[in-house]
Design a protein around this ligand. Sequence first.
Ligand SMILES: [Zn+2]
Length: 167
Amino acid sequence: MDSETVSVFLPNREDCYKRLRRARFGATVACVHCGSGEVIKKGTTGKDAQQYYCNNCETYFNDLTGTLFEHHKFPIEELFYMLKETRSVPTAQIARDLDRDYEAVLNFVHEIQERCNDVADITLSDVCEADEIYVTAGEKDIEQESPRERGLSKRDEEPFNETNRQS
Ligand SMILES: [Zn+2]
């Protein structure tokens, strides 16, 4: 019996949330219920999603509220993995790789397919389109993070060389 070790590369959880937040909220978090910007952070959920409280309509919401990730038991990094892999990998394979229940994975995959047809679902399409779109979508005044270009290279403060420029 050879036990084949399947190593699955899962994205970093916090990165997933960052990406999701960027895709759905942009630079400023607005209340998902009333649209107000009078929102404060209020801890995190059991899934490590940022939770918010809206001072305007006095309700709570979190990063996952209203997204297709909301009602699934899987951690966000696995949902992102499924979202990405389902475009090229059979569902049964994904379930095996993640050691997850096939039916549960299939449910999520079906939901992805349904939502992907819904053009109005900006949240999903932004996340769906992976890094490039999501990055360019946030060109406004995103809270200061290192400037990112395609490929998500993480470079902090690359010194700008101006000596090459002459004019
Ligand atoms: Zn509100």
